[in-house]
Design a binder for this molecule. Structure first.
Ligand code: THU
Length: 132
């Protein structure tokens, strides 16, 4: 699957977002090395801090299905934003737990352009080790 198809998957899944408070639906599409794609949406809560972002929903679903470190090839994130929508910092940390620093992270904007970054670009000097 190419990055355009992966982004289209993220855009399509956005419709399932549960975002009644922010009215800011987000969709994510996580490409596995075996070719499967796992989607995620943001799931909000009236207790706002209980909200889960689309990217984490996708990662947590993948882990639940038995995938783990080394299984992830790329992630695409889509929202209804003018500019490229980047993952929040909590999602960057969660991605860094399971994904290699050079994994592509695809962002998009209202013109449907795709910006390719790496996880390293988004989270340099990631905290990854308790034995420092
Ligand atoms: N959100 C995501 O799902 N992913 C992002 O990359 C940025 C933010 C969600 C969280 C919340 O439901 C809404 O967008 C507004 O912050």
């Amino acid at each position: 699957m190419n990055k355009e198809e992966l982004m289209e998957s993220a855009r399509n899944t956005k419709k399932a977002a549960y975002a009644p408070y922010s009215k800011f639906p987000v969709g994510a599409a996580l490409l596995l090395k075996d070719g499967n794609v796992i989607n995620g949406v943001n799931v909000e809560n009236v207790s706002f801090g209980a909200t889960n972002c689309a990217e984490r929903t996708a990662i947590f679903t993948a882990i639940t299905k038995g995938y783990t470190k080394g299984d992830f090839q790329a992630i695409a994130v889509a929202g209804d934003t003018m500019d490229f929508l980047p993952p929040c910092s909590i999602c960057r940390q969660v991605l860094s737990e399971f994904c290699l620093p050079d994994m592509p992270v695809y962002l998009t904007n209202e013109k449907k352009e795709i910006l390719e970054l790496s996880l390293r670009d988004l989270l340099p000097y990631a905290f990854k080790n308790l034995d420092m």
